[in-house]
Design a protein around this ligand. Sequence first.
Ligand SMILES: *Cc1c(COP(=O)(O)O)cnc(C)c1O
Length: 477
Amino acid sequence: MPSLDPDDWSDMRALGHRMIDDLFDRLAAIRERPVWRPIPPEARAAIRDEGLPVHGAGPQAAYRDFTRSVLPYELGNTHPRFMGWVHGGGNAVGMLAELLAAGLNANLGGRDHAPIEVERQVIRWSAEILGLPPDSAGLLVTGSSMANLVAVLTARHRAAGPGVREHGVGGHPLVGYASEAVHGCVPRAFDIAGLGTAALRRIGTDADGRLDPHALRAAIAADRAAGLQPFLVVGTAGGVDTGATDDLAGLAEIAAGAGLWFHVDGAFGAFARLSPSLRPLVRGIERADSVALDFHKWAQVPYDAGCFVVRDPGCQLGAFRQNLAYLTGVDRGVGGNTPWPADLGPDLSRGFRALKVWMTLKSFGTERLGEVVDECCAIARHLGALVEADERFELMVPVRLNIVCFRLRTSHPDPDWVNGELVKDLHEAGIAVPSTTMIGGRRAIRAAIVNHRTTRADVEALLGGLRHLSAAYHQFG
Ligand SMILES: *Cc1c(COP(=O)(O)O)cnc(C)c1O
């Protein structure tokens, strides 16, 4: 057998130590780097034009190519001035946990080993964070996109019964409800679940961006009157555009009254539970039937680490468990310890994602992570105040959580274009990375403060960079 282990471990050991040193050096000096740099054509070509390696060049050569072509041109979301989309900053303990997990090469599809217990404990801790009962079940998944899909499939099974798995949803005109600001992965989940995106009713929002409860009640009644089968209400804790959070307690009440499954997409907003001052904002999340959340966002665990938590374990098992001879659990030996994670979701083979979550939680504790969440919101409010104090900028939505949407005032005939170009200029200059969105049909520069490394000085640098780069557009007014 041509083993892939080295004959002599000393070179491999030295390489491993060097990798860790390089990564720590990089994190320690991260502020000195540009947030992002465009990939030069040569670096892109170096990756793209290499043929399939038939004869391996060895790990040292592979690492050299990584440091040359990959490392300098990564996304930049570990950097304190990365504020685009909703990206977590990761952490060094989580990074080491990934190494340990890969070292074990654990498969968490099932069977009896301690890594499964670690995942189960992470789910129990997640339930505790959310205020759900200790016997809640759940599953670690890639991200909230997958967690929301697992939620839709679980709720679909509850509403339509076991037959839906064999025969599909044909006989069940299921309809669900969410705010018009709901994340795009929820309609996608309706698509994948065979319900169709039109079966997700997008309900209007109030001035604070919260799903309008009267419109929700009316929509449920109208669908019932039309012979359809309402089955699910999706509330959002921390919306992706502006950070808006629905009145979760109110939605829980409506869902319970109508006998519908209540799911909360808490991708990042669920972690407001860790901050005593923000906690009231997500009141009602503890009444959810299921919740999606992302440890890889506000909890700073390295990608990827999404989580699904469900109040009634039986519902999740019912939606996913199969009866297969080659996957039957037994009473002892390696094949014990059922039900297995593979009985709870779409994946069979699964990595040891739970370890980096477990080690991050154990290392820092929920109190410290809650302080990070708090501080991110304080920095967002600081940025909002700076924007309001500067007549060159316009704050487009009040700062609701950790997201600031604003733009440059300009007399240019196309302000949307100017603001879009400014953001690209800022990225290419490596100063800061906000993203953009549309607020009321107008382009907004959007800064989401998610990274534990971000400081007030970093959002000041963002505004400074924008002021400086906007000079190029001032000829227009
Ligand atoms: C990020 C996000 C998602 C999608 O989660 P992924 O982890 O990217 O799959 C869903 N909903 C909200 C509110 C989000 O912020």
